[in-house]
Design a protein around this ligand. Structure first.
Ligand SMILES: Nc1ncnc2c1ncn2[C@@H]1O[C@H](COP(=O)(O)OP(=O)(O)O)[C@@H](O)[C@H]1O
Ligand SMILES: [Mg+2]
Length: 261
């Protein structure tokens, strides 16, 4: 297996810029903390355009949180900042490591011909025995409910099954934080539920993996421990699920009233 040829897109990102965080972050056992994050891009004309504006969020270890908001509000940009793929213009980021970013398109997630080889793909760098590799692969596949697919070619899997294999790859690498960007966009309803349940199950089995799940589907909120709602580059609300649900219902009904009037 040549690990230098193919790069899995959902790689664990081992180390980043020096984490700026306080003892509070550790005392409260947060897995993710972003403080006053801003991110701007510079246009060809030299103009600075803000994408993220003073965003703060705090996600406790072991929980599944959703990041919600309309298209173009900055969810993917914030996730990339938390993954260390983008450097914030202002602000501080702390995310437990290793962390893994899983992208939207299931066909970009899998790189090896069989499920087993794909989940084992990232383990080459750890210098593990064959037995240890097998144990990690089996455990990770069990967490995402894909054990019986271990010997199958990845090409026959549905989109959601490919996403679950990609998540298993991250879990096999002992990832502490999963950053998941709209994984259910291209999936049918059954596949969508399979992926979110797999994430939920992986978190409850390990107790120490944390996930931030970007979505625009409000029905996925029922699986979450908390949620962050964004609009126009800002965090508008950061709370438990019932509070965010009633906030969003209120928002939708006032929007509908505006249209009707
Ligand atoms: N590299 C970039 N260059 C120009 N505009 C960008 C870039 N990245 C993001 N944007 C813009 O920033 C906004 C937020 O994008 P994004 O984070 O992808 O939103 P979301 O994931 O919520 O749909 C959008 O208006 C998008 O067009
Ligand atoms: Mg996006």
């Amino acid at each position: 297996m040549d690990h230098t040829v193919v790069m899995r897109p959902s790689v664990c990102i081992p180390s980043l810029r020096a984490a700026a965080y306080t003892s509070n972050t550790i005392m409260e056992n947060l897995a993710i903390e972003g403080r006053n994050l801003s991110y701007s891009i510079t246009t060809k004309q030299g103009k600075s355009v803000p994408i993220l504006k003073d965003c703060s969020l705090r996600i406790p270890t072991g929980q599944l949180w959703m990041l919600l908001g309309p298209n173009g509000c900055g969810k993917s940009t914030l996730l990339k900042v938390l993954a260390g793929l983008l450097k914030p213009t202002i602000g501080a980021v702390y995310v437990k490591k290793p962390r893994s970013f899983v992208f939207q398109n299931p066909d970009h997630q899998v790189v090896m011909p069989t499920v087993e080889a794909d989940v084992a793909f990232g383990l080459g760098k750890f210098n593990l025995s064959q037995d240890e590799v097998m144990t990690r692969v089996s455990k990770a596949l069990e967490s995402v409910g894909m054990s019986e697919f271990m010997q199958r070619p990845v090409q026959i899997l549905s989109g959601g099954q490919k996403q679950r294999v990609a998540i298993a790859g991250a879990l096999a690498e002992a990832c502490k934080v999963l950053l998941l960007d709209e994984l259910t966009t291209f999936l049918d309803e059954r596949d969508q539920i399979g992926v979110i349940k797999a994430v939920k199950n992986s978190l409850s089995e390990s107790g120490e993996v944390t996930a931030l799940w970007v979505t625009h589907r409000l029905e996925e909120l029922e699986y979450a421990d908390g949620a962050v709602y964004m609009e126009d580059g800002r965090v508008i609300m950061h709370s438990d699920v019932p509070s965010i649900m009633s906030f969003l219902k209120e928002r939708i009904s006032s929007y509908t009233d505006q249209i009707n009037s």
